[in-house]
Design a protein around this ligand. Structure first.
Ligand code: ADP
Ligand code: MG
Length: 270
């Protein structure tokens, strides 16, 4: 099932939304787990100074060594800083608080928006044979998110099913349009993912209906339900797919992985 032998370059997906707490990190971790269950080799790049994706995949703060900061500021190679996670098939480029100052430190660098793009097209990284690279973006449209969008083939946008969810989306869409014009014409929307949905809550249903009415095909068929097992899993340094494989959350993220795989195979992204 894995296509790692075909040696095509990995598909880089930025998981982005400038709002915090919408499910970016949760989606990065669990989509990675879903893809790896289907035989794909996945790299998670933690691009949030909070380092939650690193912790959630079992790379503790003490074990971090070189981080995404070194990738951006020291031209460290991804292959030199990525580490094994608790899940076979998933590697992690960890992050820590150092990353918070990267924006400021890079202001005078001419190539500042292209650093991640360069890192994922470099030979030793391509030779490592990853199928997917998921970039967990911080809750802002900072230089870190810009680097992710410039490096990515597509952007996956988690949308929490709550009031005002759609409001922040237009700003992100404008940023995507700017980046298409200036640095990355091939950038596509992988899809908008409705997260933390509660089928018994009318407001949650309404937000989902509005998103589907306004964004149509762009919204993944899969909706991620609010599920306590999903929120418990990171404290065990595991994706919910390992922590409770038959939970509703695990099943939903598995379906999401299948949608992402089928979009990759068909070359389609909305
Ligand atoms: P972000 O990375 O966008 O800031 P997180 O992925 O960290 O968002 O999620 C925010 C909070 O919501 C976390 O505490 C997480 O455990 C919780 N959460 C995310 N998705 C779910 C879900 N489907 N069910 C229950 N809790 C969730
Ligand atoms: Mg996060």
């Amino acid at each position: 099932m894995s296509e790692s032998n075909s040696r095509r370059s990995p598909k880089v997906i930025a998981v982005a939304n400038q709002k915090g707490g919408v499910g970016k990190t949760t989606t990065t971790i669990n989509l990675a787990a879903g893809l790896s269950e289907f035989g794909y080799k996945v790299l998670v790049i933690d691009f949030d100074p909070q380092g939650n994706a690193s912790t959630g995949l079992g790379v503790s703060p003490e074990a971090r060594g070189k981080t995404s900061y070194d990738l951006l500021l020291e031209q460290a190679l991804i292959t030199d800083l990525c580490q094994n996670s608790t899940v076979p098939g998933i590697s992690v480029c960890p992050a820590n608080a150092d990353l918070a100052s990267a924006d400021i430190e890079l202001v005078s660098s001419e190539k500042r928006s292209f650093l991640l793009a360069d890192a994922v097209s470099e030979a030793s990284f391509l030779a490592a044979g990853f199928d997917f690279v998921l970039v967990d973006c911080p809750p802002s449209l900072s230089l870190l998110t810009v680097n992710a969008l410039v490096a990515a083939e597509s952007v996956l946008v988690p949308l929490q099913s709550e009031f005002f969810a759609l409001e922040g989306l237009s700003q992100l869409m404008l940023t995507i349009r700017d980046i298409r014009k200036s640095a990355n014409p091939r950038l596509r929307i992988e899809g908008v993912l409705i997260t933390m949905a509660d089928s018994r809550n009318r407001l949650s249903q309404q937000v989902e209906a509005d998103a589907r009415a306004n964004l149509g095909d762009m919204v993944f068929a899969t909706t991620i339900p609010r599920n306590v097992r999903v929120s418990e899993a990171p404290s065990f340094a595991l994706p919910v797919l390992q922590y409770d494989p038959t939970s509703k959350g695990a099943e939903a993220y598995r379906r999401l992985a299948l949608e992402v795989i089928s979009r990759r195979s068909s070359g389609r992204a909305a």
